[in-house]
Design a protein around this ligand. Structure first.
Ligand code: XUL
Ligand code: CO
Length: 437
């Protein structure tokens, strides 16, 4: 029986459409910068929010009406949920999904049973993937919900927690490979600290480095060639997470000799929790050569936590897609909606409204970003701002033909700097609006 009998496949109806269950901008076959929108955006549905989100918060239990959920969280219920998931993703028209091991299958009494449960559900997922052609963008392991990870997983003070996490990631990598996943994500759910007095930071970081190395080695051993990603988040659930932001993660990857194996999965709301913007995080990862994938959502400026809302701001999606176009496209990453409908949006149809809106906003952002690049005005304005580096002493410095002695001589002769031109922030912002408004 269909879980969403009222909803048929979401169609592209064009900008004039007023149908909230149709795309106005996302035409998966439209070519933008030489690729279809489907290839440029690589949309993915996050299993944990869309299929497992209950709407619970610290003040009350779940509110979501999900008629397909059985009374017990057992394997048959999980397999039925897989069918619901694929009906949803197929009707939406997203080409990918992402999941944590524990999103899809319940834990058993011990690791053997848990792995068996996962195998049974993965079989059902594989059948649905074959039926629909929907693919796995990336897999991951939930190393934060179970109380065994109360002190973290790879960074726990308890060596057994590290060992259990290793077994879990080993299995998650096997499953990701089995399902043909394009990537694997590390997000350090509790890899950080609550209090530095009781924490040996150096030891914990060394352990995290060892853990990621073991994962990379095991991937090579089993022939998993997908891209590894590290997902920054500065806090929540811990006070201070080691995967704080792009800069901290990239430094960690270099320090532990993992830079050749792992790129960044940047999430908008995580960037803002770190006191950055997502474009800052993307730009930092991009110019360092670590830009990988994006967890698409947005926070709420009035709230200080990870609200994981669906993105509907075209300025935001334009900036994200501009970064990806500037750095050679998003593949093998994608736009994964790590976003959840509000607790008050408890009907199944809200899942469609949320994803359709997010996909359309990204499609519009992609088109605007491509226009900006084709036109070149903004890029030229930035280049002009740095024109002193394109001739004279600027070129000489950049080419390495100066030192403090020669520069002192140059300035003693010249006397003072040439006058600067204005930063023209307002003009830049107005030019951006020429594309958006
Ligand atoms: C949590 C979060 C995770 C990761 C995957 O804030 O973003 O869902 O994306 O573990
Ligand atoms: Co995320």
């Amino acid at each position: 029986m269909a879980a969403f009998p009222e909803i048929s496949k979401i169609q592209f109806e064009g900008p004039g459409s007023k149908n909230p269950l149709a795309f106005r901008f996302y035409d998966e076959n439209e070519i933008v910068e030489g690729k279809t929108m489907k290839e440029q955006l690589r949309f993915s549905v996050a299993y944990w929010h869309t299929l497992r989100g209950t709407g619970s918060d610290p003040f009350g239990p779940g509110t979501m009406i999900r008629p397909w959920e059985g009374a017990i969280d057992d394997v048959p219920n999980a397999i039925n949920r897989v069918k619901v998931a694929f009906e949803f993703i197929e009707k939406l028209g997203a080409p990918f999904f992402c999941f944590h091991d524990r999103d899809v299958a319940p834990e058993g009494a011990n690791l053997t049973e848990t792995n068996k449960n996962l195998d049974e559900v993965v079989k059902a997922i594989k059948d649905e993937m074959n039926r629909t052609g929907i693919r796995l963008l990336w897999g991951t392991a939930n190393l934060f919900s179970n109380p065994r990870y109360v002190h973290g997983a790879a960074t726990s003070c308890n060596a057994d927690s590290f060992a259990f996490a290793a077994a879990q990631v080993k299995k998650a990598l096997e499953v990701t490979k089995e399902l043909g996943g394009d990537g694997y994500v590390f997000w350090g759910g509790r890899e950080g600290y609550m209090n530095l007095w009781n924490t040996d930071m150096k030891r914990e970081l060394d352990h995290l480095g060892m853990f990621m190395r073991m994962a990379v080695d095991y991937a090579a051993e089993i022939g998993f060639t997908g891209q590894f990603y590290f997902e920054p988040k500065p806090k929540e659930p811990t006070k201070h997470q080691y995967d704080f932001d792009s800069a901290a993660c990239i430094n960690f990857l270099r320090a532990y000799d993992l830079a050749d194996h792992v790129k960044m999965n940047i999430e908008t709301n995580h960037a803002t929790l770190a006191g950055h913007t997502v474009e800052h995080e993307l730009e930092y990862a991009g110019h360092q050569g670590f830009l990988g994938s994006v967890d698409a959502n947005t926070g709420d400026l009035l709230l200080g936590w990870d609200t994981d809302q669906f993105p509907t701001d075209v300025y935001l999606t334009t900036k994200i897609m501009l970064a990806f176009l500037n750095y050679g496209g998003i593949a093998p990453g994608g736009v994964n909606f790590d976003a959840k409908v509000r607790r008050e949006s408890f009907e199944p149809v809200d899942l469609f409204y949320a994803h359709v809106g997010g996909m359309d906003t990204f499609a519009k952002g992609l088109k605007i970003a491509a226009q900006m690049r084709a036109d070149g005005t903004l890029a030229k304005m930035v280049k002009d701002r740095y024109s002193s580096w394109d001739n004279g002493v600027g070129v000489e410095i950049e080419s390495g033909s100066h030192d403090f002695h020669t520069l002192e001589k140059y300035m003693l002769e010249k006397g003072d700097v040439d006058p600067c031109t204005s930063g023209r922030q307002e003009l830049f912002e107005n030019v951006v609006n020429q594309y958006i408004l």
